[in-house]
Design a protein around this ligand. Sequence first.
Ligand SMILES: *[C@@H]1O[C@H](CO)[C@@H](O)[C@H](O)[C@H]1NC(C)=O
Ligand SMILES: *[C@@H]1O[C@H](CO)[C@@H](O)[C@H](O)[C@H]1NC(C)=O
Length: 365
Amino acid sequence: MAFFPLLVVTLILAVTSAVNSGSPSERAALLAFRAALTDPYLGIFNSWNGSDCCLNWYGVHCDPTTGRITDINLRGESQDPIFLKAGRSGYLKGTISPEICSIDSLTSLVIADWKGISGEIPSCITSLSSLRILDLIGNSLTGEIPADIGKLQSLAILNLAYNAISGKIPASIVTLTGLRHLDLRNNQLSGELPSDFGNLRMLSRALLGQNQLTGPIPTSICNLKLLADLDLSMNRISGSIPDQLGKMRVLSTLTLDSNSLSGQIPSSLLSNRDMGILNLSRNSLEGSIPNTFGSKSYFMVLDLSYNKLSGLIPVSLSSSKFVGHLDLSNNHLCGTIPIGSPFDHLDAPSFSNNDCLCGNPLRTC
Ligand SMILES: *[C@@H]1O[C@H](CO)[C@@H](O)[C@H](O)[C@H]1NC(C)=O
Ligand SMILES: *[C@@H]1O[C@H](CO)[C@@H](O)[C@H](O)[C@H]1NC(C)=O
């Protein structure tokens, strides 16, 4: 009989923890978060009414065993019936309330594509130590990235793209050694990339285009063995392209266009058979195009336009397996355009505005 009371106690515990689901303080934090936002069109918060915030509150998810809030997932562009019924994408005004920082069980905070959410990222957000996903893309956020962002040691995805965030990329960011996806595109970030950026050893996508970043490409980036996609386009990056960048094994998309890069194109960059999209357009690259293409070269995009490249178009380019979009225009190239299958489908604009190129599809030599 001794186990009978134990069973009762277990049952009582089970019932109380179910009742605890979505605790009053977390519910209050959500309501404060909601109060800082205005939703003029969709009524996405209409379901935020009952006493249990873990029960059918739109975009709120809880851990069923602990009853604590784990996810806030509010996307302004989604296939949800709310949007289909309204026949429009989302629009929210207001700010992100710092009250959200008291929900310390959060692992995922997604407040994305609402266009009108402004103000700063609450600095207390770095106290959410379980956070794995922080996605605030597509709002109108200003201010800086919290300096101690490195405290978010569980972070795997940091997406602050398409906002108006300024200041430097905080030095502490390089301590996020679990970070896989970093997207800061289209903000007003300035200053240099941290020189020890290569400490982010799990990084597979580093998208930093359309900012005002200066300084060189840190050579430590070449230590990122999982990096597949590096976008530094439309910044003010200067110096030369590190040689080792071409020796990275999984890097397949490299967009460095519209910067102030100088020096020569590393030959390894063109012989790297995994490189599929390479845009170096609108820099100050000079010298000749290395004659290092091979039969395994497979470029969906190879854009070297608007530089100061001179000499011949390398004959090895014609032995490439595939070149989809080629743009060598607006350089100082000269001589005969090689013949071969990669060139068959290309039109004159791929070669226009050079010093003295000739042959199909330009004038005969
Ligand atoms: C709460 O919201 C749900 C979903 O929008 C709705 O069905 C329900 O009637 C609401 N309850 C109250 C008390 O407003
Ligand atoms: C390469 O970059 C230039 C300059 O930023 C841009 O205009 C061009 O569209 C890009 N090329 C491709 C094929 O995306």
